[in-house]
Write a protein that binds this ligand. Structure first.
Ligand code: S3P
Length: 171
């Protein structure tokens, strides 16, 4: 396993960072939500609406097993709940992209496509519920991470360079 796997709360920028990192360091970026949407030919929010969250978690599990078996030398961004997969550590080096809840909320709020960014996330429909989920998950994210990277108020460029150094140091 030579993958880097990015975990962290919804909207922290896992996909953005994975894509920028792959481009800069000539690797390949994979996103678990994209894989699931492509497998199902449906958007995540439609999967949640039509079949519910437990079904979505089953798809994440299937995806995690496939990643472990079939993917190497890649940077993998994940959905915010993917960190609970039992084989996470077997897929790759686990990196938590860390930010305060307000930092994440402002990032989404200030995005030019802000409305879409919230609309596509079934678990980010209500700010108080999202904040509660953040509180519950943040210690769990920390527990499972091999590397913690503070991303708040940093540029994408700064983050990917810092990530590269941390990954190399941890090999
Ligand atoms: C989820 C996060 C989402 C997506 C799904 C569930 C979660 O991905 O996988 O809506 O449980 O935190 P992002 O982290 O990209 O928003």
């Amino acid at each position: 396993m030579s993958n880097t796997i990015l975990i962290g709360f919804m909207g922290v920028g896992k996909g953005t960072i994975a894509r920028a990192y792959a481009k800069e360091f000539n690797e390949f970026a994979i996103d678990t939500d994209d894989l699931i949407e492509s497998l199902e030919n449906r958007k995540i929010k439609t999967i949640f609406k039509e079949d519910g969250e437990p079904y979505f978690r089953e798809l994440e599990k299937k995806c995690a097993l496939w990643l472990e078996r079939s993917v190497k030398d890649s940077i993998i961004s994940t959905g915010g709940g993917f960190y609970r997969q039992e084989n996470l550590k077997k897929i790759g080096k686990v990196v938590l992209l860390d930010s305060s809840f307000d930092g994440i909320y402002n990032r989404l709020k200030n995005h030019p496509n802000s409305e879409k960014k919230f609309a596509k996330r079934p678990l980010f429909q209500n700010i108080d519920e999202a904040r509660e989920l953040y509180k519950k998950r943040s210690s769990e994210y920390r527990k499972i991470a091999d590397i913690i990277l503070d991303v708040e108020d940093k540029s994408v460029d700064e983050i990917i360079k810092e990530l590269k150094v941390k990954v190399q140091l941890s090999i």
